[in-house]
Design a protein around this ligand. Structure first.
Ligand code: HEM
Length: 199
C-alpha cells in the first residue's frame, strides 16, 4: 500500500509476504512500490505554499548572549528574510488567463460540459479507455464518469497531472492527492455516466 508522501518517495506498509528489512545491513531497505497512482506532492514541491528552501532549518543560536537590559534587544545577526522571497527554480503551474476557479464556475453555468452526451451512460472500463486524449478525456471517480476535457485548462494542479487519470478510474489517485477537493461540486455538470463493470 502506498501512502501520501512528498512526491520524492513513497513509503510502504509491509504485508506479511513482503521481505523484512535487513537488520544487519541498514543500507538494505524495504522495496519502494511506485505505481500509476503515486500521488504528486501537494502542494507541488515548488508551490508558493511551501517555505523556500532553508526556511525550515533551525535558526542558528545568537553569536553572543547579551546581558542586562540588552537581553531585550533582538539578536542583531540574521535579519528575517522576506516572506515574499521567490523559491529557487520554482515551476508553479500557471493557469492561462480566464482559467481561474471563478472562470470555471461561470463556464459551468453557461456551457454544456458533457461533450454531446445527452443522457447518462453506463460506462465500462473498455469504453472509458477510449476517452484518453486531450480532446476527449473521461475519468471515473467514485463510480461517476466525468468528461474532464473542458476542465484540463482549469485544473490548478496542471494539465499533465489531470491527464494521468484520463481513460481510467482516477478515484485512488484523486483521493491520495487531494481528498478535500469536492469533485462533485466542481464536475457535476460534466458527468456523463456511471462506471459499471465490463458486461
Ligand atoms: C476531476 C479530477 C480533478 C479535479 C476536479 C481536481 C481539482 C483540483 C482542485 C480544485 C485543486 C486546488 C485544491 C487546493 O488548492 O486546495 C487541485 C490541485 C491539485 N491537483 Fe487536482 N483535481 C483533479 C484531479 C487530479 C489528479 C488526478 C491529480 C494527480 C495526478 C491532481 C493533482 C493536483 C495537484 C498536484 C494539485 C496542487 C497544485 C498546487 O500545488 O497548487 N488532481 N485539483
Amino acid at each position: 500500500m502506498v501512502w501520501w508522501g512528498d512526491g520524492s518517495s513513497a513509503s510502504t506498509v509491509k504485508s506479511s509476504d513482503e521481505p523484512e528489512a535487513d537488520a544487519k545491513d541498514p543500507t538494505k531497505t524495504l522495496p519502494i512500490i511506485v505505481d500509476d497512482d503515486t500521488p504528486p506532492a501537494f502542494p507541488a514541491l515548488d508551490s508558493a505554499q511551501r517555505h523556500p528552501e532553508g526556511r525550515t532549518q533551525a535558526m542558528a543560536p545568537p553569536l553572543h548572549r547579551p546581558s542586562g537590559i540588552s537581553r531585550l534587544r533582538a539578536p542583531p545577526q540574521q535579519a528575517p528574510t522576506s516572506l515574499l522571497d521567490a523559491p529557487v527554480a520554482r515551476k508553479k503551474v500557471v493557469l492561462e488567463p480566464g482559467c481561474s476557479p471563478l472562470d470555471w464556475a461561470r463556464l459551468k453555468q453557461s456551457t454544456d460540459l458533457r461533450g454531446g452526451v445527452s443522457t447518462l451512460l453506463r460506462v465500462t472500463p473498455s469504453e472509458l479507455k477510449r476517452h484518453n486524449t486531450m480532446e476527449d478525456a473521461w475519468t471515473a471517480i467514485q463510480g461517476k464518469v466525468y468528461n474532464i476535457t473542458p476542465y484540463i485548462r482549469f485544473h490548478p494542479g496542471g494539465q499533465d497531472t489531470l491527464m494521468r487519470v484520463a481513460g481510467r478510474d482516477g478515484t485512488r489517485l484523486f483521493y491520495l492527492t487531494h481528498a478535500w477537493v469536492n469533485v462533485d461540486a466542481i464536475m457535476d455538470t460534466a458527468m456523463v455516466g456511471v462506471y459499471v463493470p465490463e458486461q
